[in-house]
Design a protein around this ligand. Structure first.
Ligand SMILES: [Zn+2]
Ligand SMILES: [Zn+2]
Length: 233
């Protein structure tokens, strides 16, 4: 499905997979769960492109539902894999991201044990303000240390990975259970609210539009109101 001209989503995959296309080639933003490489390449062929037209696979963060098919896609396309420097070792399988302790972490630990992605060696370690084609890297840590958002100024679109969830066309914020540091994750939502964009593309849920950046600001106001209310009750 084409979301806006030049931005596609490959539907039916857990962990949203986006394809950004211009004359210079294609960029894949996140790869979904393992075993989706062929499905993504089928979509690319339907766009009248070849797998070798993919120049970069950029990962918003190191979780399995975003990097799951990166290893296979890299092999099949020969594209470069780009991820923030602080998530690079987790993607490469050199380190394991610590998960929540206690009961909340049980499900997460069971889930990550079952669904280990094949490690993939990143070619590019991204930093704040780096560019991937026309996409600008914004470091939005907290969900994982190296979570990034990607701003596409010409299309007024922002890819956020899991820094913000969208549920039933509403902003739900970052997941407390699955985030490495929820306080930092909320600070990243405040950073995102400073940006100007019309379409928000989360790692889960449908595209949020129009006026997506004002809706992020409204979300923060409601969180703050709830916090004050909880304080006095
Ligand atoms: Zn995640
Ligand atoms: Zn996710």
């Amino acid at each position: 499905m084409e979301i806006v001209e030049g931005i596609h989503q490959v539907e039916g995959i857990i962990g949203n997979v986006f394809i950004v296309g211009d004359q210079d080639g294609l960029t894949i933003v996140d790869t979904g769960m393992p075993r989706n490489a062929e499905k993504i390449l089928d979509y690319i062929r339907k766009m009248n492109h070849k797998p070798s037209d993919v120049s970069t696979i950029v990962l918003t963060h190191c979780h399995v539902d975003h990097v799951g098919s990166a290893h296979d896609l890299k092999e099949l396309t020969k594209a470069k894999v780009a991820v923030h420097e602080m998530d690079a070792d987790f993607v490469a399988g050199k380190k394991v991201l610590p998960v929540h302790k206690g009961v909340a972490g049980l499900a997460v630990r069971a889930f990550s044990g079952l669904m280990k992605p094949k490690p993939v060696q990143p070619d590019t370690a991204l930093k704040e303000n780096d560019r991937v084609g026309e996409l600008v890297v914004v470091h939005t840590p907290g969900h994982t240390p190296g979570s990034i958002s990607l701003l596409f100024p010409a299309k007024r679109a922002l890819f956020v990975g899991d820094a913000i969830r969208v549920e039933d066309d509403k902003i739900a914020g970052p997941s407390e259970q699955y985030s490495f540091n929820i306080k930092l994750a909320m600070e990243s939502v405040e950073k995102i609210a400073q940006l100007d964009f019309d379409v928000l593309l989360s790692g889960h849920g449908s595209p949020l539009r129009p006026d997506a950046s004002s809706r992020v600001r409204e979300f923060l106001v409601s969180v703050e109101q709830k916090r004050k209310y909880d304080e006095i009750t």
